[in-house]
Design a protein around this ligand. Structure first.
Ligand SMILES: [Fe+2]
Length: 279
């Protein structure tokens, strides 16, 4: 599949010498994918720095900056569990603590047909590799015309408060680091821990004891178990946007976002570009 605007194909974007993901059934490919799976199981994430080669990274960054003008911004408050506020709980229960999030997102259907990010997302070896790392026997790209592969956009004042994701895993690509802030901070694998509530209370109250920081390194692919790991993006300031595409997958075919999620993140429920088989 060729990207007509630059001539860069997906296999040319990825550093396949360092990361042999093209064939997870080959000896090298299987050994590499298995090592990534072990890392994911042990730490709750697998980060692959310089996954995207410099020329493709530059092109993807230019493209994402251009598309970022189409972002819809959501400004909301939520608890760490992304559940409705329960007024029956005591006011000091950690589930009643509200965090704030200000983030923009460019919907998948806003990407041009020849967008490099679209080509990369539609490249089967990437999907198959991610599925292997996550240990999935069936694994599909999202069928959602808005949420399949979107771009998170943090401008000056943007942030994402502490939370556990609703979905088991998240796959992101670090493209552009902001001038200040925008750190990805996390406390691995505390969901279901006997002291979970105490630990969450501590972190949200400012206890830095267990907090780790993942350096923002443009070109990094991140496979992240966000349902088990408390995480946030710190306040972004300055005139350079923090740009991070989010690649969505599912064990189910034809998986789509709800209208509520579409409205929250993209400000609409319908695609601007209806596709056969999708609404
Ligand atoms: Fe998250």
């Amino acid at each position: 599949m060729k990207a007509p605007n630059t001539g860069i194909e997906p296999a040319d974007m990825v550093d396949l010498l360092r990361y042999p993901i093209e064939d997870t059934t080959s000896t090298d490919g299987a050994a590499f994918a298995n090592s990534c799976r072990q890392r994911y199981l042990q730490s709750g994430l697998c980060a692959l720095p310089d996954f995207i080669k410099p020329p493709a990274l530059d092109a993807l960054r230019v493209e994402a900056n251009r598309e970022s003008d189409k972002a819809f911004f959501c400004n909301s408050t939520h608890n760490a569990y992304l559940t409705q506020d329960d007024q029956h709980l005591p006011s000091d229960d950690i589930a009643r603590h509200q965090e704030s999030t200000v983030v923009g997102s460019v919907a998948f259907d806003d990407l041009r047909d020849d967008a490099l990010l679209r080509q990369l997302y539609l490249w089967d070896p990437l999907k198959d590799f991610v599925g292997h790392v996550l240990g999935k026997s069936s694994f599909y790209r999202f069928a959602d015309p808005l949420g399949a592969c979107s771009i998170n956009v943090f401008v000056d004042g943007g942030k994402h408060g502490w939370h556990f994701d609703e979905s088991e895993f998240t796959v992101t690509l670090m493209l552009q680091q902001p001038r200040h802030g925008g750190s990805f901070e996390y406390v691995p694998r505390i969901r279901g821990h006997p002291d979970e509530k105490q630990m969450v209370t501590g972190v949200l109250g400012g206890d830095r004891h267990h907090v780790l920081e993942l350096p923002f390194s443009p070109g990094t692919l991140l496979i992240f178990g966000g349902a088990q790991t408390l995480h946030r993006v710190t306040l972004v300031t300055g005139d350079i946007k923090r740009l991070v595409p989010v690649l969505a997958y599912s064990e189910q075919t034809d998986q789509k976002n709800s209208d509520a999620v579409r409205s929250l993140f993209w400000g609409r429920t319908k695609s601007v570009r209806p596709q056969p088989g999708h609404d």
